[in-house]
Design a protein around this ligand. Structure first.
Ligand code: 1CP
Length: 347
């Protein structure tokens, strides 16, 4: 087995025993790192996501700084939409904004499918990263990612970030044919985005259904799960572990696992000892409250120890925060957290 396949991250994802609990942080690239903010000065977010050299450098920054067990590809869940020609921008301080929100079947049909030749900069960046990462800490795996159909649909239908997802759910409840067509369109795009990253060398994927927690289990099963399942099944054929994560998904963890995940990401609201029986024979990822980095170090590490101990009951456990790194996080505190998790004795 190659040293990469032997890494603690991939072993935990496969449910094999590990020398230490592997750790990485959602949104570790960008946001809180001064070297990221400096590099991004004067460069728009979506332009940086189309520049292989910048992608490689930004993705490597947290790996060098923290020595985390995995890198996450620097991009965004709306990048594939931009690549197929949807008129959108990522507005600083706001997030993705779509010029012409999708409301009708004609709107859906106007969105082209995604093919790898439309995103050569993704292939180039992944290939560059994989060769750099092979030499870091004995081989550091790269996680590719995409947005799950519901979460991406929310941006397309609302036209921007939303708390209630009211227009999205109105379309789901009121126009099932349009909804089905939209979800099929996005699942094809997300699967193609993931396949491109895996074909170029990514070792694992994470499908972000960040806003799925807005759904009841019944609506999730009926209107969302089949589409996420299609994405995960398509990627499953490539043989890499699939992580599936959402926020506020206490009621959905079993269903998100059944959608076809090897690892279920758990946000910080559900203690792992409650989450683990729900996800069945799958590994879990998570789930320290991201605000604990603002507590004294010994308070943060005591809570991290509780997360690690609870994680031992799972088929496998990858340590992470319960959602993305908060922008004002002190990077030195994340360095201390990484060191703590990696040196925590498991026997
Ligand atoms: O101008 C800037 O610097 C933009 C800030 C920024 C960054 C650094 C955005 C806008 N996206 C990103 C990168 C990003 N997005 C990554 C990079 C890799 C890493 O994790 O380090 C990833 C994985 C994402 C994924 C993403 N984008 C998600 C899913 C993850 C999550 O946090 O739940 C979502 C929901 C988005 C949409 C998005 N893009 C950007 C923002 C501010 C948002 C959220 C907006 C909202 O609240 O609805």
């Amino acid at each position: 087995m190659t040293s990469l396949q032997n890494s603690a991250f991939l072993k935990a994802a496969r449910g094999e025993s590990v020398p230490h609990t592997p750790v990485w942080f959602m949104r570790q690239a960008g946001r809180s790192l001064p070297e990221y903010l400096k590099l991004r000065e004067g460069i728009a977010m979506l332009d940086s996501c189309a520049d292989p050299e910048l992608i490689v450098e930004i993705t490597l920054q947290p790996v060098r700084r923290y020595g985390v067990d995995a890198a996450i590809f620097f991009s965004d869940i709306v990048l594939p939409l931009k690549a197929v020609g949807v008129d959108l921008d990522i507005v600083p301080g706001v997030g993705p904004v779509v010029a012409n929100p999708v409301r009708t079947l004609a709107d859906v049909e106007a969105i082209p499918d995604l093919t790898a030749d439309q995103i050569p900069y993704i292939t180039a960046a992944v290939q560059g990263l994989v060769s750099e990462l092979a030499g870091i800490n004995g081989g550091t795996p790269l996680i590719g990612f995409a947005g799950a159909p519901f979460t991406v649909a929310s941006y397309l239908v609302e036209g921007g970030p939303s708390k209630e997802h009211a227009k999205t759910k109105a379309l789901m409840f009121g126009a099932p044919d349009v909804w089905d067509a939209l979800m099929r369109k996005i699942s094809g795009i997300s699967a193609a985005f993931l396949e491109t990253q895996v074909a170029a060398g990514a070792s694992a994927v994470q499908l972000f259904d960040s806003w799925a927690g807005a759904l009841t289990p019944g609506d999730y099963v009926r209107h969302v799960q089949p589409h996420s399942a299609r994405v995960l099944a398509q990627v499953g054929e490539l043989g890499v572990p699939r992580i599936h994560f959402g926020v506020g998904t206490t009621n959905l963890l079993d269903l998100m696992g059944e959608a076809g995940a090897d690892v279920v990401g758990v946000d910080w609201r559900t203690p792992l000892d409650r989450a683990i029986p729900m996800v069945g024979d799958r590994a879990v990822q998570g789930n320290l409250d991201p605000t604990l980095v603002f507590a004294p170090t010994e308070v943060m590490t005591a809570r991290a120890a509780e997360v690690i101990e609870a994680g031992r009951a799972a088929r496998g456990h990858i340590f992470n925060l319960g959602h993305g790194v908060i922008p004002s996080t002190d990077p030195d505190q994340l360095a201390r957290l990484t060191e703590f998790v990696q040196s925590y004795p498991l026997d």
